[in-house]
Design a protein around this ligand. Structure first.
Ligand SMILES: [Zn+2]
Length: 131
């Protein structure tokens, strides 16, 4: 597993503090790399591959620990998933931390739900074998 993937998965699995994981991602990797990796993980963790929406995804968006009037949150709440991600990818640089923080949070929630749903009995997802 690449270091960036390890940071994301440890954060999602509460093996690394959320804010520490977020800061490491922001400090050590480009916005594009972190964004693309998180988008791939989030889309994979949502069972509905038609419009990439689910109750868990909605709950994730509604619990992002950022002020609800921040641009990335407004976009995530008001557009279909793929459209929202396209818009997030092209926001100005001063939104980068809020965008990555939002996506890391979403993945933490959707991945946690998937682990309780599909992964109870040794799922074979190599990224769930972190210890
Ligand atoms: Zn799994």
């Amino acid at each position: 597993m690449k270091k960036i993937e390890e940071i994301i998965n440890k954060t999602a699995q509460d093996k690394m503090d959320f804010n520490i994981g977020l800061q490491l991602l922001l400090d050590e990797y480009s916005f594009d790399e972190v964004f693309k990796t998180l988008q791939f993980y989030i889309f994979n963790s949502i069972p509905n591959k038609t419009d990439y929406n689910s109750n868990t995804y909605k709950r994730a968006i509604n619990t992002i620990p950022l002020k609800p009037m921040y641009t990335p949150i407004v976009i995530l709440k008001n557009y279909p998933t793929k459209v929202a991600f396209n818009k997030l990818a092209s926001l100005p640089e001063n939104e980068n931390k809020k965008v990555i923080g939002s996506l890391l949070w979403i993945f933490k929630i959707t991945d946690t739900e998937r682990r309780s749903r599909e992964c109870k009995n040794r799922c074979g997802h190599f990224w769930h074998e972190l210890d």
